[in-house]
Design a protein around this ligand. Structure first.
Ligand code: UDP
Ligand code: MG
Length: 316
């Protein structure tokens, strides 16, 4: 029996691309069904992440016209990661495997064949990895590269050049359902779930239409969330830095006492002020990092729902 595949696609204000890419996804799904790689019960599941434009209307009419399209709508915008989670948890009810992909056509849909092939060969997780970033602007390339380096050096292990284009089996999704964190960083969490994994390499295209929702500011926020939700290394670095500064100042104290005793103490205003300013800066940054973790603990303890589904294009 061939597996039921659900392609899960989060959409936020995508009225420009959706009419174009929905057809591409459908063609891919149908070709996989024809080749008997996946079951005829396979579907494309759109998640409307509280779009402000008519994305949901587009999804609804797609699902009216064609039974292969399904859609759920979140009660408000919850961000890419939560929207994806909502889609995966919904798909889990019906599917043997899911493939998550962005709706902007940037990720090559032809990699799906290979992903399904890897699954049939025994992999439970298949990462879609970008071959190169030649289609990106220099700025996007540099920031994205820095993003992965920073994440890995800070102890948040991720697969290099892999975003959220991946195949997950129902087995993995069932295990993942127990990860209850509100601070969601899927590409860092999936490796923690384990299971046999494989990678599939593909070329990434430019966005077909519309604009990226990940400007530098959101990218930095994602990196920061990724690091602080997966690792305590930044706090350790602060501790280590504090220890070094304390040791150095101890040497400074001895030195100042000696100069005072031998009567060579000069009123060094400038040096005092600069050391003071520098150290207060360091202290504020350190407090900020620790505060970030406390904020995360606060959010986790509330255990609020990560998303609320307000509408479905089908009966549950
Ligand atoms: N997205 C979402 N909620 C958001 C922002 C984005 O569901 O709040 C979706 C968006 O529709 C797209 C995917 O997440 O399918 C990736 O976003 P985008 O293409 O803007 O990011 P980029 O590829 O530039 O990193
Ligand atoms: Mg994109």
């Amino acid at each position: 029996m061939s597996p039921v595949l659900y392609i899960v696609i989060p959409c936020y204000n995508e009225k420009e691309v959706l009419p174009i890419t929905s057809g591409m996804f459908l063609e891919k799904l149908k070709s996989l069904i024809e080749k008997n790689k996946i079951s005829d019960k396979s579907r494309i599941l759109f998640v409307n992440d509280g779009s402000r434009d008519n994305t949901w209307e587009i999804i609804s009419s797609l699902s009216n016209e064609n039974e292969y399209f399904k859609g759920i709508s979140l009660s408000r915008n919850r961000g890419h990661q939560n929207a994806l989670l909502a889609g995966l948890m919904e798909a889990k009810k019906y599917a043997d495997i899911t493939i998550s992909i962005d709706c902007d056509g940037q990720d090559d849909i032809n990699a799906m064949d290979e992903m399904v092939e890897e699954y049939l060969g025994g992999a439970e997780v298949v990462y879609g990895v970008r071959k190169d970033r030649s289609t990106d602007s220099f700025f996007k390339r540099a920031t994205a590269q820095g993003f992965y380096r920073l994440l890995n050096s800070m102890g948040a292990e991720t697969v290099y050049n892999h975003a959220d284009y991946r195949l997950l089996s129902a087995k993995v999704l069932n295990a993942f359902a127990d990860f209850k964190e509100v601070n969601l960083f899927l590409r860092g969490l999936i490796p923690l779930v384990g299971f046999k994994s494989a990678s599939v390499y593909y070329e990434r295209h430019v966005r077909i239409a519309g604009e990226s929702h990940y400007p530098l500011k959101k990218m930095l926020a994602l990196a920061f969330d990724g690091i602080t939700s997966l690792s305590v290394k930044p706090i350790r670095i602060i501790t280590a830095f504090g220890t070094i500064v304390a040791l150095l100042s101890f040497i400074g104290i001895i030195w100042s006492v000696i100069t005072a005793i031998i009567g060579k103490a000069i009123v060094g205003w400038a040096s005092t002020v600069s050391i003071l300013c520098f150290l207060s800066g360091v202290q504020l940054i350190s407090l900020g990092v620790i505060g970030e973790y406390i904020g995360k603990i606060y959010l986790e303890t509330k255990q609020r729902p990560r998303y609320i589904i307000s509408e479905r294009t089908y009966e549950e």
